[in-house]
Design a protein around this ligand. Sequence first.
Ligand SMILES: *Cc1c(COP(=O)(O)O)cnc(C)c1O
Length: 375
Amino acid sequence: MVERNWAEINLAALERNLRLIKDSLPSHVRYISVVKADAYGHGILPTAARLMQSGVDLFAVANVKEASVIREMGSGWPILILGPLLEEENEALVELDLIPTLSSHIELDRLKALSQKYQIRISTHLKIDSGMGRYGIWWEDAPELINEIKKCPEIKLCGALTHFAQPSDIEYTEQQRSHFLTVLKNTQIHNEPEFWVHADNSSSLRSFDRKAIFNAVRIGLLQFGVSPPQGSILADLPVEPVLSFHSRLAMIKKLPKGTSLSYGRQFTLKKDSSIGIISAGYGDAIPLASGNHAFGLINGQPYPLVGRVTMDQTLIDLTDAPDGIELGQTVTLIGRQEKREILLTELATQAQTIPWELLCSITKRVPRIYSTKRE
Ligand SMILES: *Cc1c(COP(=O)(O)O)cnc(C)c1O
């Protein structure tokens, strides 16, 4: 089958990134690989399969459905659910042997009931809200919930976590960290053997304190070779992009000076021009807002996207291109061609979005082609 658009996923790079991140952390720190949202658009099955061979300690996903895909690949891999469960989803915890996060008395009651029904002990991590204002028990209310949990032999508390709202704000992050640590110190839950304590993700590793009681990290974006835009202590790690996105040049046409391009007529030609039509649009992976801001690589040279991006086609200005560009050539929107590289973070900035969202907006229409290239 001939492809007009495709995302190339380099699984060897994923494995190298994971090693790099692990090697940069103290050896007691365990690696929680966050593979929610179809492994950030990389495809959960091949991605998780590779990660399983690469030294992941725990997988984290957003919900039960995502967990079930990992579970199909094998029993035994510990899988943590990061978000709140709907009541009907609780049975799946037992069926699929998953670790829920717990943040409320309601959830505790549900887990107790589940445990009694199946006569099993349920392991869980406690999510503490230290200032994110999303999922988690508010840190000042946490000790009371912890007391309740301690009274339940059915529930095994085997971890505690919090999540940072703005890692680039060091003062706020340290305040969150200290609220979280206050709960641990006052309740001593972390003194159980093998207890997981985790907060840091790709963006907050900067403030990772090697002497602290934190003994795990939750890494999503960085393992895919994308450095968080706000930076982190690990931003200097030479992680390699795992994903690249390519399309084809379907047509080239000459248009006279003064012609307006595409919907909304947001671009007008200043001179007689040569305009290429790329066989991809926002229905594939090119963000709507990247029109007039982003670039595509052809023969290793960048050319500007012009006019509004449409669902299936995007225009590129080839007026200044040397002869030799042919129909059917590969246009790279994310990734490397010869010596030039367009980083996903660059495209995200040009499209006024964040790399996480950009990865999640590579649609189903784009086949993922897996490779294991050595650089
Ligand atoms: C998505 C998510 C992560 C991973 O964040 P990255 O910035 O992609 O590393 C970690 N923890 C929680 C709770 C998350 O929702």
